[in-house]
Design a protein around this ligand. Structure first.
Ligand code: T4K
Length: 371
């Protein structure tokens, strides 16, 4: 978006974490030496191992993005027909991954407190055609994994968690990536850890790891054997290099995000906005700062956005509209009143590790001026 009447630098919803250039170059030198550019080279394996250690999970397959990893998840689990219960309150990639597999998404409502898919709504939507649940840990807040897994066991359903927002998030038992048949992460530029573009699938057995490994490499078993209509989902060495260069800084980057979160809580108190509260999460990652504009606020969410834009500040309406409001999903519409109400009032404020005190002040003033 082009800004008028504003001398200050624009402030966007996020700004990628960039490691010191020398750290990145050191890994690039290794690529130049090895001449291995892709197809599971040493840097990809190193990043995979480091992430598995970090999360205390045994099996991590890196992908070239989260969307491809989500798309691959269904054939990998043998879900090839039928219905998948999912949330309408998410980024479009979640739903696309179902439809790309010629599966039918069944959109059910969310919990108003967590913005995550409601387990009760899932159970009410189960039919004899249901094969899987695709749940999203929205904004990095863990889903009600206990209830979801119970429903999955009762009806013999596969569970995939879209954990695009959930890098490093832990509950009392450790990383939330241990839940579900598969968890799928994003390392897009806008995420807590970035590899420019990237993703990963976390699985729980050597057999599944091997199957994912082959599927993301065209389904190749050997030169003379192809076991599936696989895809090219591999992450390249340059992307792994970025991940490795960022990784040592990720905890301090999350700490800086927490500073932003705390500042918003301190300075936006008393306004007709409902602020996110992550105090009940054992280890949150502060990846997003979604506020809800109160129904009786003097201005609407859209007016707030316009006024902030005039001052060169660009929060985002993640996730407006809910998926079934997009034309291409209109014939899959199901009434989800909580998702609709949330989508109409939500605004994700800028949050990223390099936010300066001056920029924080600009954002806070731009909001306070509106009320
Ligand atoms: N599931 C969920 C729940 C997701 O949220 C996502 C992605 C996915 C799956 C799929 O993951 P990937 O396949 O992408 O790995 C952004 C991201 O592109 C997308 O990854 C993310 N979710 C979604 C919530 O947000 P846009 O279209 O809003 O991005 P964009 O380009 O407008 O960027 C937002 C702001 O970030 C810009 O205003 C400026 C800043 N920015 C962005 C980029 C790309 C930078 O400063 N530098 C950059 O390189 O989708």
């Amino acid at each position: 978006m082009i800004m008028d009447n504003c001398d200050d630098k624009p402030i966007y919803v996020t700004c990628p974490f960039i490691p010191p250039k020398e750290d990145f170059i050191r890994y690039i030198d290794q690529i130049w030496d090895s001449k291995v550019l892709t197809n599971n080279g040493p840097l990809t394996l190193e990043l995979q191992n480091k992430l598995a250690q970090l999360w205390n999970v045994p099996f991590v397959n890196l992908f070239n993005n989260c969307t491809n990893a989500l798309m691959a998840s269904f054939p990998i689990l043998g879900v090839e027909s039928g219905e998948v219960i999912t949330t309408p309150y998410t980024f479009i990639a979640t739903a696309h991954s179902i439809v790309w597999n010629n599966l039918k998404p069944i959109f059910v409502d969310i919990d108003p407190k967590t913005f995550n898919i409601s387990p009760e709504a899932i159970e009410n939507a189960v039919t004899d055609k249901t094969k899987a649940i695709l749940a999203v840990h929205c904004y990095g807040r863990p889903c009600d994994t206990v209830k979801i897994e119970k429903i999955a066991r009762k009806y013999n359903l596969k569970v995939i968690y879209d954990a695009a927002h959930a890098f490093n998030v832990c509950d009392e038992g450790g990383s939330i990536l241990r839940y579900g048949d598969l968890s799928v992460l994003s390392f897009h530029a806008t995420k807590v850890l970035n590899t420019f573009e990237g993703g990963a699938i976390i699985s729980h057995s050597q057999e599944m790891f091997d199957r994912i490994f082959r599927f993301q490499n065209f389904g190749i078993v050997s030169e003379e054997q192809i076991e599936a209509i696989g895809m090219n989902g591999k992450q390249s060495e340059i992307h792994a290099a970025m991940g490795l260069a960022c990784l040592p800084y990720v905890e301090s980057a999350i700490e800086k995000r927490k500073w932003v979160y705390d500042q918003y809580h301190e300075h936006l108190v008393g306004l007709p906005l409902k602020l996110p509260n992550y105090s009940d999460i054992k280890k949150p990652n502060y990846s997003y700062f979604p506020v809800l504009v109160n129904e009786n606020a003097p201005i609407s969410r859209d007016t707030l956005v316009s006024r902030m834009n005039e001052k060169g500040i660009f929060p985002r309406k993640y996730f407006y509209p809910e998926i079934t409001k997009f034309d291409v999903y209109a014939d899959m519409f199901r009434e989800c009143s909580i998702a609709q109400d949330t989508a109409n009032r939500v605004l994700c404020l800028p949050i990223y590790p390099s936010m300066s005190e001056q920029d924080m002040e600009r954002i806070v003033l731009s909001i306070r001026d509106c009320f």
